[in-house]
Write a protein that binds this ligand. Structure first.
Ligand code: GDP
Ligand code: MG
Length: 441
């Protein structure tokens, strides 16, 4: 991947005291190849390399105590610049409702994003309304309704005599509805085609004219590489847009679209989508993306997600119990569910420096294994979860049958739980923790 390549290139610099111009040229060449192979658009690569070289040959590196580190810093800073510099927030209207229109090719992830954005906005205290203006595909409206229900956000959909068949009319009525029902943000989901065509572009232009949006977000699948750039250019020149959303960043993307789209279209990336679930979504932070590309991990995102999903009181209660050896399987299950709410374990690990490479070796972090543990604990009665010591042979058999695993799996879990609990308690004892909670470290 791009991240691996860049990490290797930059590691090659370490250990060198002074850097000659030849060293810098060689490094720049390798970075150039890595970027091109990651499908970054050529003009973007050229501009990037020129800036890195210019800075790397300048005073800031010559005078640095550690020139290699200084080059890494420069590459990181220039990556941040290419990705847009500052985090760009949504522009909202002074007089609600704000209107956000989504545009992009079919399959880009617009409808999914509509749900993610709606959920996220709702979490921030907004009262969004989703408007189903994709009347192209037969089930597009239903799909938005499903997504809206999951997000807990109402959907305005065409009904007989209410704009059926006319996406512009539906959009307009959607805005009326939002005004009447005091929604402060309207999200307009529009239709796409598999390729850019005039009719689709005209429909998007007409909707834009009708709803006068505060933001038009161009939604683009990051997996499609160079093609994303052509599509982006067509949309920029057609309907026009004020921001970009990258989707499917969880996939096998080579990273090229993320690095190109801002420079090529001149519009910032606002959000990133990285999975099919509604919570697989985040504000796009150029600095974090850059450090992820450089293999430095994304500890900041992890911390934010943890804060969002962890119940501090619950965590402290569990920590206190842990220190006194009273942790139960019920507590363990609660904690596991809290962690898993943050997203797939593999995604979480990808954010930690170094952990990305380790995750395959760490078999215990396999989702299937976690599912099994969850199933086993759920198959226990409250009394068993509370005091696993009572789980005798016949109980083990019942639990195994009930949760569809082998008795040895149940044994394994229970034994490991006891061991872990004992170890934690003795560790806590040695470190002088009381039972008094406040276990933040
Ligand atoms: P639309 O045609 O632009 O509205 O695209 P959809 O929202 O219907 O998404 C098309 C497909 O991509 C669906 O199967 C989604 O589940 C999937 N999808 C959307 N966003 C993501 C994402 O960030 N990651 C992954 N892996 N799949 C996604
Ligand atoms: Mg759709």
């Amino acid at each position: 991947t791009l991240s691996d390549r860049l990490t290797t290139v930059l590691q090659g610099l370490r250990g060198k005291g002074r850097l000659s111009d030849a060293d810098i040229d060689a490094t720049a060449r390798e970075i150039r190849v890595a970027l091109l192979e990651a499908d970054v658009a050529l003009p973007v690569v050229r501009g990037f390399i020129a800036k890195v070289k210019e800075r790397a040959k300048g005073a800031e590196v010559h005078q640095a105590l550690n020139p290699a580190q200084q080059v890494v810093k420069i590459v990181n800073e220039e990556l941040v610049n290419v990705l847009g510099g500052e985090t760009r927030r949504l522009n909202l209207a002074k007089n609600p409702p704000s209107v956000i229109m989504l545009a992009g090719l079919q399959g880009a992830g617009k409808t999914t994003l509509a749900g993610k954005l709606a959920r996220w906005l709702k979490g921030q205290g907004h009262t969004p309304l989703l408007v189903a203006a994709d009347l192209q595909r037969p089930n597009a409206v239903t799909q938005l309704q499903v997504v809206g229900e999951r997000a807990g956000v109402p959907v305005f959909a065409p009904e007989p005599g209410n704009g059926v068949g006319n996406p512009v009319e539906v959009s307009r009525r959607g805005i009326e509805e939002a005004k009447a029902k005091q929604h402060d943000i309207v999200l307009v989901d529009t239709a796409g085609r598999l390729g850019v065509d005039e009719e689709m572009m005209k429909q998007a232009i007409d909707i834009r004219a009708a709803v006068d949006p505060d933001e038009v977000l161009f939604v683009v699948d990051a997996m499609v590489g160079q093609d994303a750039i052509n599509t982006a250019t067509a949309f920029r020149d057609g309907v026009g847009f004020t921001g970009v959303v990258l989707t499917k960043l969880d996939g096998d993307a080579r990273g090229g679209a993320a690095l190109s789209v801002r420079e090529v279209t001149g519009q910032p990336i606002l959000f990133a989508s990285n999975g099919e679930k509604l919570e697989d979504f985040d504000v796009f932070h150029p600095d974090r993306m850059a450090s992820r590309i450089l293999g430095m991990g994304d500890v900041l995102t992890l911390i934010e997600q943890a804060e969002q999903h962890f119940d501090q009181a619950q965590a402290e209660k569990a920590a206190a119990k842990l220190h006194t050896g009273q942790l139960t399987l019920e507590d363990f299950l609660e904690q596991m569910l809290a962690i898993r709410k943050m997203g797939p374990i593999a995604n979480l690990l990808g954010m930690l420096p170094g952990a990305g490479q380790m995750k395959d070796q760490l078999g215990m972090l396999d989702e299937k294994h976690l599912d099994r543990i969850q199933a086993i604990i759920r198959g226990m009665t409250p009394a068993e979860r509370d005091d696993p010591k009572i789980i005798n042979g016949s109980r083990r058999l019942r639990i195994a049958n009930g949760s569809g695993v082998k008795v040895s799996d149940v044994n394994d879990l229970v034994n490991r739980f006891f061991e872990a609990r004992k170890m934690m308690a003795s560790m806590a004892g040695r470190m002088g923790f009381g039972g008094g909670g406040g276990g933040k470290g």
